[in-house]
Design a protein around this ligand. Structure first.
Ligand SMILES: [Zn+2]
Length: 462
């Protein structure tokens, strides 16, 4: 697999010991389909049309105008990703080859090959963690417009990373004007259960974005033919040589450079983006941290322009801001990430933290728990005592299993960095004892209960 990764480490102590790094992901190009395979698919679709007509499920009546598409990739409604994709390639309008390319916007976001293939569709790749996303069905190919399913290919291997695998999994949909959209490289056995001849509505699920066929990693190849079976570039632009430069096939055509926050996540350790061909990445996602653990915050972007301002905040459980850093993006990539590592000393409150990233007017927030081990057990018990957590209204509740009222017992409370913040002598009777303390909210402490014969330690939280 020729995916390229670059890690630029900018280690250095910034605010709060945050260590910073960044990198990018650049999918490599694949032919998507050989000319022979394309021809074979066209024949298969023709045969299906004839069959559907003979069954009365297909009409030759056609509307005059082509459909307007909605975006053909959506995220699984359950996902924690903000966005799941970026674009690697458009249609190539320069028919010379190799390395002679031009897309609809007169740029070079497309490719050709030495054997004369000029890219014929849009490649929409999943980011970040394409294999993880595929395995967890995070990115769906959906119908860009209403239509009839006129073909389905399934049963083909879906973890390819190179050329030479012509058989893909795909769904083909014919619209009311007779135009047809191809949705290729889908995950095996993820295709809509609807049969050939069924109607699908715009936005309806077709399959999971995968890497079947000639593919170097999970992506959707979206290829469109007009009612005369001529290839269409769905984008209106001055270098779209095939249709009028103003005739967009999109309800709302996306800009050529389309900055996106794909997600912000917390991780236990460095994310591993390449574990080899078809092998799921090591995400190291983690949302619940024990005291003492570091937290790595990764922000994932697509199409972020150079100089674009990025703001990262860490927000404490009491909504105060623990970390606030605005920096600017240093290079343009179709897919990139920035990360910061925060050491445990940063986390001076237990509970529900937030990491939030803002670019332009969009803010994406990720929730995580710090000090999960302190919050796990509500009652901390030993042979002699139970201590209730959390401490409510600064009243420490200690249940003593013995009557120690005649014996002076020492209570000491320490902050997690070892400072003694409270010390008092108490008389603990058998049963519930309420002891007034003065602790800060959202903090973890160590409670020591001792006298001459015992010495017990409990975690408490306020
Ligand atoms: Zn493609």
């Amino acid at each position: 697999m020729k995916k390229q990764y670059l890690l630029v480490f900018l280690f250095g102590t910034l605010f709060f010991n945050a260590q910073e790094g960044q990198g990018f992901y650049q999918p490599s190009n694949s032919s998507c389909l050989s000319p022979e395979k394309r021809q074979q698919i066209q024949q298969e679709l023709d045969a299906n049309r004839q069959l559907l007509k003979s069954q009365g499920k297909f009409s030759e009546n056609k509307t005059l105008s082509h459909p307007l598409f909605i975006w053909p990739v959506t995220k699984n409604p359950d996902t924690t990703y903000n966005k799941v994709w970026s674009i690697s390639n458009h249609v190539d309008h320069n028919l010379a080859y190799p390395n002679k390319v031009q897309d609809w916007n007169c740029g070079a976001r497309t490719y050709d090959t030495t054997d004369g293939y000029n890219h014929q569709g849009i490649d929409i790749f999943t980011w970040p963690f394409g294999w993880y996303m595929m395995d967890n069905n995070q990115a769906h190919a959906v119908a860009a417009a209403d239509g009839i399913i006129i073909g389905k290919d399934n049963g083909n291997f879906d973890r390819n990373c190179s050329f030479g695998n012509d058989d893909w999994n795909a769904v083909y949909i014919q619209h009311a004007d007779g135009s047809v959209a191809w949705y290729g490289h889908l995950k095996n056995n993820s295709l809509t259960s609807k049969a050939i001849g069924s109607f699908v509505s715009a936005g309806e699920y077709l399959g999971v974005v995968g890497s079947s066929g000639n593919s170097t990693g999970p992506h959707l190849h979206f290829e469109v033919y007009n009612s005369n079976n001529q290839l269409v570039d769905t984008y209106a632009g001055s270098c779209n040589t095939w249709t009028s430069s103003t005739d967009s096939w999109w309800v709302s055509q996306k800009p050529y450079i389309d900055p996106k926050i794909n997600g912000i996540f917390t991780h236990s350790d460095t994310a591993v983006f390449d574990n080899g061909c078809g092998v799921q990445e090591t995400t190291n996602f983690k949302d619940s941290f024990n005291t003492g653990e570091k937290v790595m915050v990764y922000m994932y972007f697509a199409d972020l322009p150079v100089g674009k301002s990025i703001n990262l905040k860490l927000i404490r459980p009491d909504n105060t801001i623990a970390y606030n850093n605005t920096f600017s993006n240093s290079a343009f990539y179709y897919a990139s990430y920035w990360y910061f590592t925060f050491q445990s000393s940063q986390f001076n409150q237990y509970g529900n933290w937030k990491a939030s990233v803002t670019v332009d007017s969009e803010t994406v927030t990720h929730d995580f728990i710090y000090g999960a081990n302190m919050g796990m057990s509500d009652i901390n018990s030993s042979k002699l005592f139970s201590v209730a957590n959390p401490v409510k209204n600064n009243q420490l509740q200690i249940i003593s299993k013995n009557n120690l009222a005649s014996d002076k017992t020492t209570l000491e409370i320490y902050s997690l960095d070892g400072k003694r913040v409270e010390s008092k002598r108490v008389e603990l009777k058998s049963g519930v004892n309420l002891i007034q303390v003065n602790l800060q909210k959202y903090q973890n402490y160590i409670l020591k209960i001792s006298n001459g014969t015992f010495n017990e330690v409990f975690k408490i939280r306020n």
